[in-house]
Design a protein around this ligand. Structure first.
Ligand code: SF4
Ligand code: MG
Length: 338
C-alpha cells in the first residue's frame, strides 16, 4: 500500500488577542499534536463532536490555514514548506467538497462555466476539448448534458452536491477531502451520493478523507476511522474495530448514541454528560477525564498515548490508560451509565 498522505505532529493553534496592546494572550488549541497516515485508494473518516478539530485538520492539510507545527507529506511533497505557487500547482491533486453545495457554488455561473473555470485554472484539459469533458463529467456524476447551461438554483441539494463532486473531479485529483459533504442532505439522497462517491473511488483510484459527525454515514463509507476529542486522536482503527469493538470510553459513548442493527453487541451504554471543555484550556492529563465515567487520579495528570493494547488487533490504537481494565470489567463506570 502506498502512503498518500502522512500527517505528523500536526498542531493548529489560533491566537486569542486581548488587552490594550492586542497581544496574544492565549491560544485555541484546535488541533494538538496529531499523527496519521492515509494510503492510496482508501477512505479514512474523522469523527467527533463539533469543535473536536475535524474540519481544522482538513483545512490544515489544504493549507487553507497555515499549520502551527508539524509535517504534512502528500504524495512525496512536504506541504508545510511549499511556497504558495508550488502549493497552487499541487492543489489540483487535493480537492475539498463542503457541506453546503450552494454556498460553495457561485449562483451566477452556469454549471458548464463553473466546471470550465476549475479546468482553466489548473490547465488540465485543452480549451477545445472542454465542452466534451464537461458533458462527460456531468454524466459521470449522474447528471446530463442538458443540465450544463443551467444555474445552481435550478438544482436540488443532491444534484448540487453532484455538481460539487464534478467540479472536484474536473481537475483529476488524487485525494478528496469531504467535509460534512452529505450532512445537509436527506437520508435517501445521502445514500445515493455516498454510493456515487464509492463508485468514483473505484473508477478513478481516489482516496478520501471523510470528515463527519454522522456515524451512520461514516459506517457506510469508511475503511478506517479516526476518533477525535478536543484536538487529539483518541482512537484509530479499521471500521470494524471502531464500530464493533471500540476501546476508548469516548468512542464507546459516541457509538452508544446511535441506533445499531444488533443492540446485543454493545454490552454497556455510556451516556455522554456535560459539555466539551474549552480548547483554550483543555483538561490536563487525559482530555476526556472531565466526562469519563472510568476516570482515575492518574487520568488527571498523565496524558495517555495511542497504543495497541493486548485486546486489540494490529493497526487499532486507543489513547486510554485503562483499556484492559475496562475490557475485563475490573473498572466499573461511575454514574454516567445506563
Ligand atoms: Fe477515561 Fe482515564 Fe481512559 Fe481518559 S485515560 S479515557 S479519563 S479512563
Ligand atoms: Mg466542522
Amino acid at each position: 500500500k502506498k502512503e498518500l498522505l502522512k500527517v505528523e505532529g500536526l498542531k493548529q493553534y489560533f491566537p486569542i488577542k486581548g488587552g490594550m496592546m492586542g497581544r496574544t494572550v492565549n491560544h485555541v488549541k484546535a488541533v494538538d499534536d496529531i499523527s496519521f497516515t492515509i494510503y492510496e485508494g482508501e477512505t479514512v473518516s474523522i469523527v467527533g463532536e463539533s469543535g473536536c478539530g475535524k474540519s481544522t485538520t482538513g483545512r490544515a492539510i489544504l493549507r487553507l490555514e497555515e499549520p502551527t507545527e508539524g509535517s504534512i507529506t502528500f504524495d512525496g511533497h512536504e506541504l508545510t514548506t511549499l511556497s504558495k505557487r508550488e502549493m497552487r500547482k499541487l492543489r489540483k491533486d487535493l480537492q475539498i467538497i463542503f457541506q453546503d453545495p450552494y454556498a460553495s457554488i457561485n449562483p451566477r455561473q452556469t454549471v458548464a462555466n463553473l466546471l470550465n473555470e476549475a479546468m482553466t485554472i489548473q490547465k488540465v484539459v485543452p480549451a477545445k476539448d472542454r465542452r466534451k469533458r464537461i458533458i462527460e463529467l456531468l454524466e459521470t456524476v449522474g447528471l446530463n448534458e442538458y443540465q450544463a447551461d443551467r444555474y445552481p438554483h435550478e438544482f436540488s441539494g443532491g444534484q448540487r452536491q453532484r455538481i460539487g463532486i464534478a467540479r472536484a473531479l474536473s481537475v483529476k485529483p488524487k485525494l478528496i477531502i469531504c467535509d460534512e459533504a452529505v450532512s445537509a442532505l436527506d437520508v435517501s439522497i445521502q445514500a445515493q451520493v455516498l454510493n456515487l462517491l464509492k463508485e468514483l473511488q473505484e473508477d478513478f483510484n481516489l482516496t478520501y478523507l471523510f470528515i463527519s459527525h454522522d456515524l451512520g454515514v461514516v459506517r457506510h463509507i469508511s475503511d478506517r476511522v479516526i476518533v477525535m476529542y478536543l484536538g487529539k486522536i483518541v482512537e484509530i482503527g479499521d471500521k470494524y474495530s471502531i464500530f464493533e469493538n471500540p476501546k476508548h470510553p469516548y468512542s464507546k459513548a459516541l457509538l452508544s448514541a446511535i441506533p445499531i442493527p444488533d443492540p446485543t453487541r454493545v454490552k454497556k451504554h455510556i451516556v455522554l454528560t456535560g459539555d466539551v471543555p474549552s480548547p483554550i484550556d483543555p483538561p490536563a492529563g487525559c482530555r476526556f477525564h472531565t466526562r469519563c465515567p472510568f476516570a482515575q487520579d492518574i487520568c488527571k495528570v498523565e496524558e495517555p498515548k495511542l497504543f495497541t493494547h493486548d485486546s486489540m488487533i494490529d493497526g487499532h490504537q486507543a489513547a486510554c490508560h485503562f483499556v484492559e481494565e475496562i475490557e475485563n470489567g475490573d473498572l466499573q463506570a461511575k454514574g454516567f451509565e445506563e
